[in-house]
Design a protein around this ligand. Structure first.
Ligand SMILES: [Zn+2]
Ligand SMILES: [Zn+2]
Length: 672
């Protein structure tokens, strides 16, 4: 009798053992799909991880697999290794990784028949195609050569190139080289929004050897891309977002992680909560491939790894076409308010002046405010109460277009109030501001100028997003107001002025990464100004003009920010010097949660000592009716991953007997 170990697409740690009916024995193979009964009369599509002939436990009646759904393996052994690594490093279940990795259409029983293998016509490179390649500048050529030199000795290289240095041209050369050597390439981008332009550019060069993959695709389309890659008989380049690391690559030669610092590479919910940049580096390692990380403002982790010699480092400091970096003005909002100059306006005199200048020269303007909505809060002047969400620990944001107060965490909304819900006073008013209010004042200042707003409310769908961008790119609208959607890979040619309306709100986020993120975001916004012509202008409004971070931004000095931040990270035991694991505990009863979190931390402390921080309530400590507590672990980077897991599993087992523990929802966040 033969048995199989199968992995189910469920949040389960282990594989399960089934027996193989004799008639199916000849066709069952590793990594093929089978139908398996599990739980009460339910059947799942499972993947075969191992075939063996030892009955696991005589007392246990082993069930038969019910069918072989596909005799061809749907993944390769390296993919399974990647899944196992993600599960162990990010402290989640392999079943969760399986579920996230494979397009639902492949494991859905209804789609059993494989799509017919498409014949892929070989595209001969003609002279015309070669014309699609731009000639590299001297600086690009040097960087290209340096990267190749690094790859001779190191598997990972960081390309730290200022924006507009023409990184894409270098990527294209590397991709071409790799394809010519007969290996596949994965080109990762943080957001779907980026893929369209890159796709157009790359289709000209790579033709049918280009595959695009992202979560915005229909299931059918995702299955099609998966199968094309699985059956490709020539080397391919895949352009995609984070989930592309799960595609069935064989013989991978190169992975490019563009905008490697971007937070979208991390998956937050649901599990697996992984970071695609790190998963990509592991995937490349399994294939013996090279990884190129590219960014104008690298993550401090990657920068540290490059500086310490673990990765290679190639710098490219010359902007394409030799345009100079924009000039940055800092407006001291605190002082202006004290002198009652910004009393009724969101705009400092310098920003107003620069906007007028730009419009007079027929240049465009982008304005950044990191919150959407009209006002941030509704506040009572009598009792000081702020209107809050009934489900979450956050204040409601006023949206004037819909006349509602909305929770940005759970979507709860109520009509705008005329009385304070706490004391009944009529003295209730709006405070703070979001993109809607910026738009409002712009309409008053420049009534004849066409303006667009780009945020989650106006660009909820991809077509709406593209409509707004096209309108601005074609110069039909002159001013674009937006949230951080603005920073996402826009290629704007006519922008003369970029304004950051409230830098403080970015810097004051209570998170150890907030300064790094604020810097990255403001640099991205700043580099939108003055792309094609003269020097652009940036105005940053802040109450902390002397803050080192603001000074670093004004000087366009990444290194200064990095050195400051790395010093702080070292002092306070944060990444990249320490590895962070956060236990996130949630419960509908706050008291139960408090008790359990305290006990949990105590037991963890017995095993891990001072590496365990006391439990604390995160800035938003109630979401969708569940209260939240965090327990943070700061581990030495030398701490073995498997050992951490064993300790955490042991503590978790001990906690099971604690009263009320069954009401707790727990997950881990690693390196977040
Ligand atoms: Zn009140
Ligand atoms: Zn809410």
């Amino acid at each position: 009798m033969k048995y199989v170990e199968v992995l189910l697409p469920l949040p389960l740690e282990n594989t399960y053992t089934y027996s193989i009916p004799a008639e199916m024995e000849p066709v069952v193979r590793n990594y093929c799909l089978v139908k398996a009964p599990f739980g009460r009369k339910r059947y799942y599509t499972a993947i075969v991880k191992e075939i063996h002939d030892h009955h696991p436990d005589p007392s246990f009646k082993c069930k038969d697999i019910s069918a072989v759904l596909d005799v061809n393996p749907i993944i390769n052994p390296l993919q399974m290794q990647l899944w196992d690594w993600i599960a162990s490093y990010y402290l989640c279940k392999t079943g969760d990784v399986f579920k996230a990795a494979v397009p639902p259409g492949l494991i859905n029983n209804e789609i059993k028949k494989r799509q017919k293998k498409k014949t892929i016509s070989r595209i001969q490179m003609t002279d015309d195609d070669c014309l699609a390649l731009n000639v590299l500048t001297e600086a690009q050529q040097t960087a290209f050569a340096e990267i190749q030199e690094v790859f001779k000795t190191k598997p990972v290289c960081l390309l730290h190139g200022v924006s507009l240095c023409g990184k894409t041209e270098i990527y294209i050369r590397l991709i071409q080289n790799t394809l010519q050597q007969g290996s596949n390439v994965l080109y990762l981008l943080p957001e779907i929004a980026f893929t369209k332009k890159i796709k157009e550019r790359m289709t000209h060069i790579f033709g049918d050897r280009l595959l695009v993959y992202h979560s915005g695709f229909s299931d059918r389309k995702r299955v099609e891309v998966w199968n094309r890659l699985l059956h490709a008989n020539e080397s391919m380049v895949v352009v995609g977002v984070r989930s592309s690391v799960f595609l069935p690559f064989a013989n991978l030669g190169l992975i490019i992680v563009d905008e490697e610092h971007d937070a979208s590479y991390r998956q937050h919910d649901p599990a697996p909560r992984y970071h695609a940049r790190n998963a990509a580096i592991m995937l490349a390692h399994l294939h013996g491939a090279r990884t190129l990380l590219g960014s104008a403002t690298p993550s401090l982790e990657s920068y540290y790894n490059a500086k310490s010699g673990k990765y290679g480092l190639v710098a490219l400091n010359i902007r394409y076409g030799n345009t100079s970096a924009p000039f940055v003005y800092i407006a001291n909002v605190k002082e202006l308010k004290r002198r009652k100059i910004m009393k009724d306006s969101l705009f400092s005199p310098i920003l107003k002046e620069k906007m007028e200048d730009a419009l007079n020269c027929d240049e465009q303007i982008v304005l950044f405010q990191n919150r959407r909505g009209f006002a941030l809060i509704m506040e009572c002047s009598s009792c000081g109460d702020v209107v809050r969400c009934v489900n979450c620990d956050v204040s409601l944001t006023c949206h004037r277009h819909t006349n509602k107060l909305v929770c940005h965490y759970c979507g709860y909304s109520v009509a705008i109030l005329s009385h304070c819900p706490s004391c009944g006073s009529k003295e209730i008013k709006l405070a703070g501001f979001g993109t809607e209010k910026v738009e409002d004042e712009i309409e008053t200042l420049f009534p004849d100028v066409r303006t667009n707003r780009l945020d989650y409310d106006t660009a909820r769908t991809r077509s709406a997003y593209e409509r707004i961008l096209t309108c601005f790119e074609q110069g039909k609208s002159k001013i674009l107001i937006g949230t951080q959607m603005l920073a996402k890979g826009l290629d704007l040619k006519q922008v003369g002025v970029a304004g950051v309306l409230n830098a403080d709100s970015l810097m004051n986020v209570p998170d150890f990464r907030s300064h790094e993120r604020a810097f990255q975001l403001m640099m991205q916004i700043s580099s939108l100004a003055g792309r094609n012509r003269n020097q652009g202008t940036v105005v940053i409004q802040t109450s902390q003009p002397d803050h080192p971070l603001i000074q670093a931004i004004q000087a366009f000095d990444y290194k200064r920010m990095a050195v400051d931040q790395l010093n702080e990270r070292k002092t306070f035991r944060y990444p990249p010097y320490f590895r962070l694991i956060v236990l996130v505990l949630r419960c509908s009863n706050e008291q139960t949660l408090e008790q359990i979190a305290a006990r949990y931390a105590e037991i963890l402390h017995e095993a891990l000592g001072e590496r365990v921080m006391p439990p604390f309530a995160p800035p938003v400590n109630r979401v969708q009716t569940l209260y939240v507590r965090h327990i943070m672990l700061k581990l030495e980077t030398t701490f073995v991953v498997a050992q951490v897991r064993t300790i955490l599993d042991n503590v978790n087992r001990q906690m099971q007997s604690f009263p009320g523990f069954s009401r707790i929802v727990l997950h881990y966040e690693v390196d977040n």
